[in-house]
Design a protein around this ligand. Sequence first.
Ligand SMILES: NC(=O)c1ccc[n+]([C@@H]2O[C@H](COP(=O)([O-])OP(=O)(O)OC[C@H]3O[C@@H](n4cnc5c(N)ncnc54)[C@H](OP(=O)(O)O)[C@@H]3O)[C@@H](O)[C@H]2O)c1
Length: 467
Amino acid sequence: MEAQNAQRRSYQVVIAATRDMGIGIDMKLPWDLPNEYQFFQDVTSRTSDPRKRNATIMGRKSWEATPLEFRPLPGRLNVVLTRSNCHSIPTDDDNVMVCGSMESALELLGKPPYSFSIEKVFFIGGGELLRQYMNAPSCDAIHLTEVDISVPCDTFAPRVDTCLYRPWYSSLPVVENGIRYSFNTYVRRKDLISGSGLEAEQYSFLPKIVFERHEELGYLNLVQQIISHGDLNDNNTLLSKFGCQLRFNLRKTFPLLKTKKVLWVGVVEEILQLISGSTYPREKGINHIWESDEAKEYLDSFGVEATEEDGDHPLLTGLYWRHSDASQELSQISDVINKIKNNPHDRGITLSACKLSLSSCQTFAQFYVANGELSCQIYQSSTEASLGIPFSIAAYSLLTCIIAHVCDVAAGDFIHLIGDAHVNTSHTKAIQKQLQISPKPFPILKINPEKTKIEHVEASDLDLLDV
Ligand SMILES: NC(=O)c1ccc[n+]([C@@H]2O[C@H](COP(=O)([O-])OP(=O)(O)OC[C@H]3O[C@@H](n4cnc5c(N)ncnc54)[C@H](OP(=O)(O)O)[C@@H]3O)[C@@H](O)[C@H]2O)c1
């Protein structure tokens, strides 16, 4: 019995559902979304080993709901679950296997020849089976296309249980045939995942096209680009790239990078201090990012030292945010909040620190409201890539989330434009090591709903879950 359990396969769910988790009506899908269907095809068909194929497990009714010309789903082993002797399912087709239960299907797939020939197992519905197996222990991940519509349905999937799963990736919203939707992947919480601890830790079980969409990889690629192809300065001390862009989705998760240690407490204190309009972080006993004990310890652990060229005055802009024009005592932050609340389509919702002649400051932030969501883009003229960029991503994402919260809109995207992104040449070996680390799910930010005025938000109102 123990040997059999050891062979049983785990699976990943792939479905699309409306806001109410509707997945079907009259044995059909309630939408026509060719690109969504293409994603389903790509996730369930692609393998990393060309000699293998994937298996798709489905209920008998979902099999029958698949148009004749598309079934069996090509290039995959179609496993159909039924408790009856169902004649509509061909038994003489190598691409089709009929099983009397999910357990027997997973056991069969775990034994030769399938244990060698099947790479991944996907469970694709429908509703009756999802209710039984979407939250079962053998499910490692759920790929859910969230279709932002409310239409009549007669078949429903359960909601993703957030006690069991956490978001891995959420695409930016796509619009097709007038319907807005996004691709989302939830992974089983690390301590609950089946299989070997190492695999679970690395999330390598996810389909490559999903794994590679993790936003932290965009940052890691940028750092790799700087190290591999950056321009070397005259003193051979800096490698840099000019004109870089990173984008983070703030809708479900918070981009506190995991392959770098980002000092969350420092991020919170710095942003709250800037909101307060204070002129210099040390006034309240907050150290410069490079001077904090934790930052020193972190760099020490890689045997490197921060130098002046790593960046200075990263967020010394509070005075200008609060008082951009000394004569008028205009508070830029109040102006931003006022515009978002009362004139959200204003094309100039900006925070500027351009009057500061600092060598590496965040010179400009612009806010944008669409579909009830607040996005923010910053332009940073120069920054160090190893610690400075992760810190700025967290700081400005936090600012965006706080402003969205007090304006009663959802947080959308954070876009980071960087003029000169550089690394210190003496740090490259240590950074190369860090580039080997695989990304992990981002945490989730919760802001105290009782705080509705920006000046009342305190560190204790900002809760970062699943860090
Ligand atoms: N949006 C999406 O991503 C998506 C995905 C798939 C399907 N759908 C939609 O969902 C609908 C079909 O779903 P549905 O809930 O009606 O049916 P279903 O879950 O696909 O199939 C139900 C059938 O599966 C068999 N079954 C159920 N539990 C079983 C178990 N524990 N062991 C063995 N067999 C079991 C039974 O077949 P027997 O009666 O033969 O015993 C049962 O009648 C269609 O409208 C389809 O278009 C949507």
